[in-house]
Design a binder for this molecule. Sequence first.
Ligand SMILES: Nc1ncnc2c1ncn2[C@@H]1O[C@H](COP(=O)(O)OP(=O)(O)OP(=O)(O)O)[C@@H](O)[C@H]1O
Ligand SMILES: [Mg+2]
Length: 456
Amino acid sequence: MPNATVLVVDDEPLIRWSLVNRLKEEGYRTVEAGTAGEAVAHHRDGVDLILLDFALPDANGLEVLKQVKETDPDTLVIMLTANTDVGTAVTAMKQGAFHYANKPFDLDEIMLLVDKALETTQLRREVRTLRARQAQPYGPGSIVGRSEPITTVRNLLNKIAVSPASTVLLTGESGTGKDLAAKVIHYSSSRGSKPFMNITCSALPETLLESELFGHERGAFTGADRQKRGLIESAEGGTVFLDEIGEMVPLLQSKLLRFLEEKAFKRVGGSSDIRVDVRVIAATNRSLEEEVKKGHFREDLYYRLNVMAIPLPPLRDRRDDIPLLINHYIDAFNTEFRKKIRGVSPTALTALTAYAWPGNVRELRNAVERAMLLAETIELNETHFPVLSAHHGGELSTGINLPAGGINLEGLERSLVVQALERAGWNQTKAATLLGLNRDQIRYRIEKFELEKPSH
Ligand SMILES: Nc1ncnc2c1ncn2[C@@H]1O[C@H](COP(=O)(O)OP(=O)(O)OP(=O)(O)O)[C@@H](O)[C@H]1O
Ligand SMILES: [Mg+2]
C-alpha cells in the first residue's frame, strides 16, 4: 500500500532504527515511539500499521494493543515479542493483533508481514467503499432532503421514472442536482439495466457533436473512413442525457426535434432512417425561455422539451435541508477519509444554514470535504468554513432590513452589479464571486441592465 504510515514502537533505539530504515527503503512513511504513552499519542494522529514491542517501560504491549483497537479497530498491529512464551502471542492475536514476530527477528520476514497486512486493509477498505456505493445506486433515496420543494421533485422523479414519458427537461442553477436527477430517473426506471449515455452539448464543436449523437456513414466527411454508430443508437433501450442543451446550435436543435417527434434519425451522410427506443433527458442551467426570446433556441423544441419539465430548486430556497446535507456529507467523508467527525458546532450550523450557497449542493459538498480534510477536531466549526468569513457577506445576504418607505429592488440590484463589476475591473467571473453568483447569472444581469464596460 503506497504512502501507508507505519508506527514503530520499541524502547531499544537500535531496533527502532533498523526497522525504520528498512521501512523507509520500502517506501513507507514512519513514526517512532519509545514508550506506550508515546505510541498511543502517535496512533491518534492516524497510522495504518503498528510494529509493537511487547515489553515497554511504562506498560506492556497488550495494553497498547487494547487501546489502539478501541480507538480504531482497523489499525493493524504486529506484535514483537522477545518472549518465547506462545501464550502472549496467542493473547495478542485474540485481542486483534494481525500477527506476531519473535525477537530476534528477520527483517525480511517482518517486511513480508507488513506488506501482507497492508494489502488486507486496502482490500477491506475497497470492499467497504464499493458496498457503500452499491447500497444506493442512484435510488430515489440518493436525493437528500425533506423540505417541501425537494419532496415535490423526488415524487416527480419517481413518477416519471415509471412512466413511459420519453422526454424530460431538467432545469436549475449549477450544482442543484440535475446530473443526479437524470441518473435517478434512469436507474429507477425499467431502462435501468440498459445504457445511460451522457453528453455535454457545449463540450464539442457543432459537426463533431452531430456525429457523436447521430453517428455517421463511411465517407460522410474527410476522415470518416468507416461507419460509426452515434450515442443515441448505442443507448438503445436506455437513456440519453443531453447536458447543457441551451448551448446546442440551431441546426442540431432541428435534427433533435425531429428525432424526439418521430423517434427516427439519419446518420450523418446517411439516407435511411434509423429507429431507436431511448428516453432523452435534457438539462440546462440557462433559462431556455430567455434563449428563445433572444432567438438562440428553437421555440418548437423548447415547447417539446417543456412538456415534462422539472425545475430543481436552489439550495437557498430549501434551507431546512442544509443541516441534513451537511450530515450526509460528513458521514460520506468519514467513511472515505477514515475520520470520525461527529458534526458541526451549533453556531457554525446556524451560519451555514443562513449562507446563500450560490454554488448550491456542489458548493456545500466541497465546503464540507475541505473542512473535513483540514479539521483536527472532532467537531467542525466556523474556522473550517472560509465561506463564512465576513467578506462573503453571509450575514448581509439574509439580514437586510426593508426600510419603512420600501426600496427599488431592480435599482438596488443594478447598482450592486455595477459596483461589483467596477471593483473587479469588469472581470465577470470575479464580479460574480463578489455577488455570490455564477458566470451565467451575472451575464444574464449584465444583459438585463444593458451594462457596458466604459470605453475610456
Ligand atoms: N438533493 C441532493 N442530495 C444529495 N446530493 C445532491 C443533491 N443535489 C445535488 N447533489 C450533489 O451535488 C453535486 C452537484 O450535483 P449535480 O452535478 O447533479 O449538479 P448539476 O445541477 O448537474 O450542476 P451543473 O449545472 O453545474 O452541471 C453532486 O455531487 C450531487 O451528487
Ligand atoms: Mg451537471
